[in-house]
Design a protein. Structure first.
Length: 137
C-alpha cells in the first residue's frame, strides 16, 4: 500500500513540476514576443491612455488598457460621449450620444457600438497623432 502511494506521489510531483516549468517558460516567451509595427506595447499603453484622456475633445472620456489577450496583445478600450455625465438620462452612459472603441496595438481601431453619433466602423491608424486626429473628427 505504501509503495502505491509513493508511486502516485511521484507522478503528481512530476506533473506539477512540468506545469510550473511550462508557466515560467510561457512568461519568458511573452516577454520576447514583439509585435511588428505596433503603436504601443505593455510599457507604453498607460502613457497612451493618459494622452487620449488629455487630447480628445469630448466632455466624457473613459479609457483603460486591457491585457486580456496577454502582455503581447494589449488593447486599449475607449468610451466617449458628447454630453457630460450630469446630462445623461437616469445617469446611464448608454442613454447619451456615445461611441465605444477597441484600439489594438497594431493600430487597428474598431468602433463596436455607438448611439446618436456618426459611426466609423473600423480604420487603421499609422501613428498615435493620426489616431487622435481621426477620433476627434
Amino acid at each position: 500500500m505504501a509503495f502505491i502511494l509513493f508511486i502516485i506521489f511521484q507522478q503528481i510531483k512530476k506533473l506539477f513540476t512540468l506545469s510550473v516549468n511550462s508557466i515560467f517558460r510561457n512568461k519568458k516567451m511573452a516577454k520576447k514576443i514583439k509585435v511588428k509595427n505596433s503603436l504601443f506595447n505593455i510599457h507604453s499603453a498607460q502613457e497612451l491612455v493618459d494622452r487620449l484622456k488629455k487630447e480628445l475633445n469630448y466632455p466624457f472620456i473613459l479609457a483603460y488598457a486591457s491585457k486580456l489577450g496577454g502582455d503581447h496583445n494589449i488593447t486599449i478600450m475607449l468610451a466617449v460621449s458628447t454630453t457630460t455625465k450630469e446630462n445623461w438620462e437616469s445617469g446611464i452612459f448608454e442613454n447619451s450620444q456615445y461611441r465605444r472603441f477597441s484600439i489594438f496595438n497594431d493600430g487597428t481601431v474598431e468602433n463596436f457600438t455607438a448611439s446618436g453619433m456618426t459611426k466609423v466602423r473600423k480604420f487603421t491608424a499609422k501613428s498615435i497623432d493620426d489616431l487622435i486626429n481621426r477620433l476627434n473628427k
